[in-house]
Design a protein around this ligand. Structure first.
Ligand code: ADP
Length: 368
């Protein structure tokens, strides 16, 4: 190694935000960097000479075995297979669970003589993951507490003031309790949907689906909510069916139409349309357009994030968890599609593109 290269490696080690540890074949630390020292809370001099196993608890064996089994595979795959979750024991007795990788290092290119091991602990990745989890738990707790506070408050009032409340007051308070309990149920259902999507446990049953039928079912289901709006459906005859999961497609449409109704004033029109795309026969497009409050351009990217509720008068008046569009986009992506949004004051349009069923897939549907 030329001096220059050595200098580069030394600088990398010194300034890396991730912890890097080199051990000899017996697992004794021979080199490490300030990030590892900071993580453990011990100076580098003290760490050198200690056994890595006494500080980082991991089952490296499995990673090495799976790596050996894939000797021919590309370096990228090797790195992935070496990725483990380890527990770092700090000097003051606390523990951090973090992602890490562990590689054997050889004296020569023929991999004949083992020189030691290189371990990298991904500190930045661990921190951002932890931060995201903490933020999520705190937002969820806040969202759960709001309806609970209201339920408890009105239940207390009924218990304390019982006889003194006339029957219309009692009905009103019980009505609020029920609405808030419904809100809690929706929130828990949405959270479960998010958890299923994020854990990739989503079971999809893909088949050719007539989009007009799906839209009409959704319109029927939402007819109670849409009493003050005009809902128009525009689907050309003979439109190619989509290749999707029927329940998820309905959920996507329901979320979009429900929002269009919620965020547009009474006596306006919601248009649900579908069409083929010229030059792209492998996709079918449908959109839900409203004549509502619109979404300011700078807030457009935010609507698809978890709990991305924007502040406007209709948002304040309506019930929502802020999870609907996050779930919608995840479902669209799971079905191999794309979702986009365009908005001006006075109207918002969400457009979804999904794979079209091929003639063979449509034929299979006919037989099924
Ligand atoms: P929510 O439960 O609040 O409806 P969503 O994830 O479905 O959650 O939507 C996120 C936010 O995006 C809403 O709170 C609202 O501010 C905005 N939004 C969604 N759809 C529309 C629409 N059609 N018109 C205007 N704003 C919308």
């Amino acid at each position: 190694m030329s001096l220059q290269t050595e200098e580069i490696y030394r600088t990398l080690l010194l300034y890396s935000a991730d912890a890097v540890i080199v051990t000899n074949p017996a697992g004794i630390i021979t080199t490490t960097n300030p990030s590892f020292a900071k993580l453990v809370g011990s100076p580098i001099e003290e760490l050198i000479g200690s056994s890595l196993d006494s500080i980082v608890v991991a089952d490296w064996q499995e990673a090495e075995e799976s790596e050996n089994g894939k000797e021919q595979s590309k370096q990228e795959e090797e790195e992935e297979s070496a990725l483990k979750t380890v527990t770092v024991l700090t000097r003051v007795g606390t523990e951090f669970v973090m992602p890490a990788a562990h590689f054997p290092v050889y004296h020569d290119t023929k991999k004949a003589e083992l020189a030691g091991y290189l371990t990298i602990i991904y500190v930045i990745q661990a921190n951002s993951l932890q931060q995201a989890q903490t933020e999520f738990v705190s937002t969820v707790s806040h969202e759960l507490r709001t309806p609970l506070t209201s339920i408890k408050g009105f239940a207390d009032t009924i218990l304390r003031a019982g006889e003194r409340l006339d029957s219309s007051q009692q009905r009103r308070y019980v009505g609020i309790i029920k609405d808030q309990a419904d809100r809690l149920t929706r929130l828990v259902e949405d959270l479960l949907a998010v958890s299923r999507l994020e854990s990739k446990k989503l079971q999809l049953t893909i088949r050719a689906i007539d989009i007009r039928e799906a839209i009409e079912r959704v319109q029927q289901n939402l007819s109670d909510k849409a009493k003050k709006h005009t809902v128009i459906i525009q689907v050309p005859p003979g439109l190619t069916p989509v290749w999707a999961d029927a329940d998820r497609l309905e959920q996507i449409l329901t979320n979009l139409v429900d929002n269009a109704i919620k965020y547009s004033p009474a006596d306006t029109t919601v248009t649900i349309s579908a069409k083929g795309i010229q030059g792209t026969p492998e996709l079918v497009e449908f959109s839900v357009a409203d004549q509502g409050v619109g979404i300011p351009e700078e807030h457009l990217p935010q609507v698809f994030s978890k709990f991305g509720r924007l502040d406007n008068p209709l948002v304040r008046q309506t019930e929502g968890t802020g999870l609907g569009l996050y779930i919608t986009r995840s479902l669209v992506l799971a079905l191999g599609g794309q979702i986009t949004v365009e908005s001006v004051p006075g109207g918002t349009t969400f457009t979804v593109r999904l794979p079209a069923a091929t003639p063979e897939q449509q034929a299979a549907r006919g037989r099924g």
